[in-house]
Design a protein around this ligand. Structure first.
Ligand code: HEC
Length: 183
């Protein structure tokens, strides 16, 4: 093997370039709140309450921990990443459930959603994860904690710095080139 110095340099450069693009790709995938969505079962079916579903009373303290927990998602997001300081919540959040949530209507065709269904919707869509088991203490806990947030929510008070509360730059609400759409 007799390589010239130039050849070796070119090889080195090539290796560095390909490594860089690999890392850039991974970083992009991890950072994209709408990426890596599950395309398996119908998401509408996955987030609709099973027949005879009876919501359990949940532990809001556990719910608060889960709200911050990125392990719930497959893309590094936590509920808090989008919803800190009431971010990404529209005026509908102030109304008693079930009610219309724009995202659930636009993307899943659901006219009305219960709170637990909407949490499952965020698990499946922005969190790119499986829905929580319907009878789990985790789902009940997230419901209990979200109810505490609902009490202090006033429409129009979402933090402007939140990427998902930005209009019209909200990546989850863009209509035409919506990266989250999966119809
Ligand atoms: C990538 C951002 C993102 C993440 C992460 C996220 N959500 Fe959402 N969430 C949204 C958006 C966008 C909406 C839709 C707002 C609308 O259309 O009114 C929404 C809606 C909701 C609603 C309904 C609000 C209403 O009007 O009734 C609830 C409840 C909710 N999310 C809970 C959660 C929970 C719990 C988690 C974590 C398991 C979570 N979200 C994770 C972006 C996110």
């Amino acid at each position: 093997m007799h390589e010239s110095i130039t050849e070796r340099l070119i090889m080195k450069k090539l290796i560095i370039i390909s490594l860089c693009s690999l890392f850039a790709g991974t970083a992009l995938a991890a950072g994209n709140p709408c990426g890596k969505e599950q395309l398996t079962d119908s998401p509408t079916a996955m987030i609709t309450r099973p027949a005879n579903y009876k919501p359990a009373v949940g532990d809001a303290g556990l719910g608060k921990k889960l709200w911050m927990d990125t392990k719930l998602s497959t893309n590094g997001m936590s509920c808090n990443a989008c919803h800190a300081n009431h971010g990404a919540f529209q005026a509908s959040f102030a109304k008693p459930y079930p009610h219309k949530v724009q995202m659930a209507q636009d993307r899943l065709g659901l006219k009305l959603v219960h709170l637990d269904e909407m949490i499952q919707g965020c698990m499946v869509m922005p969190m790119a994860a499986k829905p929580l088991p319907w009878d789990s203490k985790e789902l009940a806990a997230l419901v209990a904690y979200t109810q505490t947030l609902q009490k202090t929510f006033r429409p129009g008070t979402a933090m402007p710095g939140n990427p998902c509360a930005m209009k019209p730059a909200n990546p989850c609400e863009m209509k035409a080139a919506n990266p989250c759409a999966r119809k």
